[in-house]
Design a protein around this ligand. Sequence first.
Ligand code: PGD
Length: 768
Amino acid sequence: MTAVTHSSHWGAFRVRSRDGEIDAVEPLHDPDPSPLLRNLPGSVRHSARIERPVARRGWLERGPGPTRERGADSFVELEWDEALDRAAAELERVRAAHGNRAIYAGSYGWASAGIFHNSQNQLHRFLNAIGGFTSHRNSYSVGASLVILPHLLGSSAAVFRKATPWTVIAKHTELLVAFGGLPLKNTFVAPGGMAHHGLRGHLDAARLRGMQIALFSPLRDDVVPEAQARWYPVTPLGDVAAMLGLAHVLVSEGLHDTEFLGRCCHGSKQFIAYVAGESDGVAKTPEWAEARSGIAASDLRALAREMARKRTLVTVSYSLQRAQHGEQPLWAALSLAALLGQIGLPGGGFGHGYGSMGDLGSPFQNLALPMLSEGLNPVRDFIPVARIADLLLGAGEEFDYNGARYTYPDIRLVYWTGGNPFHHHQDLNRLRRALGRPDTVIVHEPYWTPMAKHADLVFPATTSLERNDIGSGRADARIVAMHAALPPVGGARNDHDIFAALAERFGVRDEFTEGRDERAWLEHLYARTRAVLADAGIATPEFEEFWARGSLEVPDSESERVLFDTFRADPEANPLKTPSGKIELYSEKIARFGYADCPGHAAWLECDEWLGSPRAKQFPLALVANNPATRLHSQLDIGAYSQASKVRGREPVRIHPSDAAARGIAGGDVVRLWNDRGSCLAGAVLSEDVRPGVVQLSTGAWFDPDDPRAERAMCVHGNPNLLTRDVGTSRLAQGCSGQHALVELEKFAGEPPPVRAFEPPRIERRKS
Ligand code: PGD
């Protein structure tokens, strides 16, 4: 078969197939292609694919209802029509008996690239056509940021979409202070597509010009070694203390910019009083900070003076806000940058998410390309996305969120497409209990992921490689014609076709499809894309030509943008959308909410699980459960690149040699990590790049319980979310706090149980 163009969240490529399988993948004009492309060959016809619709045996025999059998039961194969009839009947039963709010279809997850086949858009569009569903707000990535940034800066888009691009940083920044680092692995990925990977090149250019990087992270390799960053091996969850210590030096030595603070910021008085200890009797001196952050007071003093001397950009990664009190590192970093007075200058000021997402700081034009419209959801109930287990376990209970109180509805049916909660959620034993509560769980998945294994009805979905689409990210270098490279595997169908068939059963097929097939939808969405591009002055060919050509280039016309430059130049004429019109270092509005876990200015709030907490006596290692380097989240954990990183088939856990020696652990040993929530096995890798007292185990190994019926199962494959805690960042944002946990670790005694994560469940042919 000839090569065709295609795209993914981690890159655009040409793909060649042979004998119904992906054979070779070549990047499309990319200076630094993602190694994640290596997961694609051999992934489409993998034995972990779901090939036919199935129903859980207990659900078929005993009907819908709460059960602990999900994830342990066998499945029975169904014909497509029967499976669709059963799904429609159950949706109808729940709607009629409990109303549409009893359907939870927040259905979080990254799904696949493509503006038409995005499975969540498809799900929401279908459910909106039949009366709506309980939805979610925000994301697991930036749950705290999306809520607090509008209070501080008027909008979150201001920081994400309008971030100063890397091209400007490479030209102007002298000192980049990166809390949470700039891990290259994360920048290979962006939702919707990422055709040009430029970070390595920008860092090279910046280093040659003399830019220095101060890296605050427990992991030395959170910046590529070539960038020669100065490593400040901060205690996990200790960054806010370091920021306040730096702020104290600026203020006590008169290095802060009072003119900028007065003109562009609101509430600097309250923040400075707190830093100086006037409001709480505790001066946040570098010595105070050293005791909490692990960074020497003398180093903090020297760095603060250097920051004041140089053109300095303070940036904080997404990971820092994915933690208890995750709002604070963001606010403290912004306050620190405000003291320096360089916000709005080229290469100076504040950034959030450099190194966390490939498209942040992209010099390519940020075009809001059309997606399939979801229609309107008449149901008002929602949850902050990471509160899924609270929702399922707490019907009728109240929760706080962003200054208001809401009530969890009684969910009877969960509908999931394009996401894997057994990857993204915390405290998985609690999630398993929660997923036992609804009457029915319906999942569309290409693969037998743990979420598919926990469903009652499973529909086999195609992967993007089996269908046609148009791919482009938010600030992408290319718009890509995503040609189907292979026919659908087994009986798999596109999510759109599954929902169209369900819509037919509800008499709303025409409303759902608008009378279009796949080709007609692509032409329709392309016509709308052309209009967006025409507004941006980009000429485009007709659909036929685009489709044959394979991709269109988007110019890098935003390479000179500077975040907040017009605001800085004239804050009266260009006010921010905050109550004061300025950057809020103190927020009366947040203070009025009265949340002890998110007061009116940035503050040091001790986390329950950090190395300074009493719990560390029992669980003395700080786990960093970060995003993986060898796959996107849990996607294609079956792939060759992900598999090559495993140690004796398990996810690698990195541990400092001194911590390993204290426990008699050698590299390559199978180890058990545990705390009072659960445990998992992993393969030990000894590394000096990890700060002593810290272990690092990335997310994304498919959950593989030793006993699927056990109340507290152990994951034999290495999923860290057995150990993480299921609490919101604060009552303000209720974001995901999964980045950290305290754990203990030991060498696993005896023969470790086999890894069965990629084996399908037991599937029976139906007795007629
Ligand atoms: P993915 O593995 O991308 O994880 O969590 P998310 O749920 O997005 O799951 C996507 C699923 O969609 C895969 O199973 C894939 O097979 C399926 N899929 C792909 N394409 C299609 C399709 O077209 N149709 C259908 N039906 N299915 C499809 C990500 C989330 O995890 C995120 S964004 C972050 S940042 C969080 N990070 C952390 C963290 O740092 N630490 C911890 N401990 N936990 C985290 N969880 C969060």
